[in-house]
Design a protein around this ligand. Structure first.
Ligand SMILES: NC(=O)C1=CN([C@@H]2O[C@H](COP(=O)(O)OP(=O)(O)OC[C@H]3O[C@@H](n4cnc5c(N)ncnc54)[C@H](OP(=O)(O)O)[C@@H]3O)[C@@H](O)[C@H]2O)C=CC1
Ligand SMILES: Nc1nc(=O)c2c([nH]1)NC[C@@H]1CN(c3ccc(C(=O)N[C@@H](CCC(=O)O)C(=O)O)cc3)C=[N+]21
Length: 298
């Protein structure tokens, strides 16, 4: 029997998650008399960040939350940025703080992340949150990996015992993704630029998470028949029309489809999940700060 894999509709899943978040926000507002608030800090102009930020403010407001945006020039000093974060840490209307990465070269990203109150760290990048994730304590978990895990559990149910290969070891995607999969009792391999024979490493996997940042690098015939593939990559490449661009993932999707059980498309896969989970994390942070339970299921 030959079968063709299906596309995982991250856009639809994310829309459902945003509805659940909006319901939780309404309950929060009724008991607390204020809206959860998300502050986003944008330094300079970065193409990838621009893609991300486009819909976010709108969706924050659509979910019933307060959105605060802080745009600063690329010339801002590290001290000035740290001062802004200090202010947001002390602002009771702000439950979540997201500093858009990457930052300009003259600013130490780790110092900026370390300044964020861990209770407001809705990106889950602070060492307190990554440490808590690593040892299995409740934590604010990075949005993209948590969104990927939600899609995987929805598709596969129990993940225990499955072989998972995460390609990429960044602090924002690869490492937390691996920690989450380990938490689900997968057998986890983290591959990176020094990995030898990546094709055969990927071929072992029941679950492939690609977070590399190289357009269509992972080929269809690397995928074990029936594997589930999560494509995190957001790569802008030249489009068909002169001067146009389009977005592709890290996996050669069309080639992979005949091999997979299921695969996330780009766009319309992981990207929309990242934003929905950011709203979820903001509600979770707001509930924790208010000393109330977060809605069950979120
Ligand atoms: N959809 C979404 O919501 C999001 C999408 N992204 C996208 O995901 C992708 C990855 O992002 P991010 O983790 O921040 O990227 P980074 O550049 O921080 O990390 C890339 C990783 O890929 C590894 N790598 C690079 N080249 C190869 C190779 N030839 N073979 C194997 N591994 C390789 C690197 O290895 P090494 O460590 O050895 O250098 C590194 O660990 C990007 O396309 C980004 O735009 C990111 C965040 C959110
Ligand atoms: N502090 C911080 N946190 C982040 O989570 C963070 C960041 N900095 N810097 C940049 C990356 C990138 N990222 C994306 C999120 C959503 C889409 C997204 O919504 N993509 C849609 C639309 C793509 C389009 O068509 O433009 C999709 O894939 O369907 C993309 C990229 C978050 N990041």
């Amino acid at each position: 029997m030959t079968s063709v894999g299906k596309l995982i509709d991250g856009k639809a899943f994310a829309a459902g998650l945003r509805v659940e978040v909006a319901q939780g926000v309404a309950t929060f507002v009724a008991s607390q008399g204020r809206k959860p608030g998300l502050a986003v800090v944008l330094v300079g102009e970065d193409a990838a960040s621009a893609v991300y930020v486009r819909n976010k403010g709108k969706m924050t407001v659509a979910a019933g939350m307060e959105s605060f945006e802080f745009r600063r020039p690329a010339t801002i000093s590290e001290d000035e940025l740290l001062e802004l974060i200090e202010e947001l840490n002390g602002d009771d209307r702000v439950d979540g703080i997201l500093v858009q990465l990457p930052l300009p070269k003259h600013i130490d990203e780790q110092a900026v992340i370390a300044k964020i109150d861990p209770a407001k760290d809705v990106d889950g990048f602070h060492v307190v949150n990554s440490g808590r994730l690593a040892v299995g304590l409740p934590a604010l978990v990075p949005c993209t990996p948590l969104g990927c895990l939600m899609l995987l559990k929805d598709e596969l149910g129990d993940l225990s015992g499955l072989e998972a290969v995460v390609v990429g070891r960044s602090n924002i995607v690869g490492k937390p993704m691996a920690a989450l999969l380990l938490g689900e009792s997968c057998t986890v391999t983290i591959a990176h630029s020094r990995t030898r024979d990546l094709a055969s490493v990927v071929h072992r996997a029941d679950i492939v998470v690609a977070a590399v940042g190289r357009p269509e690098m992972i080929k269809g015939d690397w995928i074990k028949p029936g594997a589930t593939v999560i494509d995190v990559g957001i790569n802008r490449v030249p489009g068909d029309e002169e001067g146009s661009t389009r977005i592709v993932g890290d996996v050669a999707t069309a080639e992979a489809i005949p091999h997979v059980r299921a695969i996330t498309p780009v766009p319309g896969g992981v990207g929309p999940m990242t934003i929905a989970v950011l709203l979820r994390n903001t509600l979770v942070a707001a509930c924790a700060r208010a000393g109330i339970a977060a809605p069950v299921g979120l």
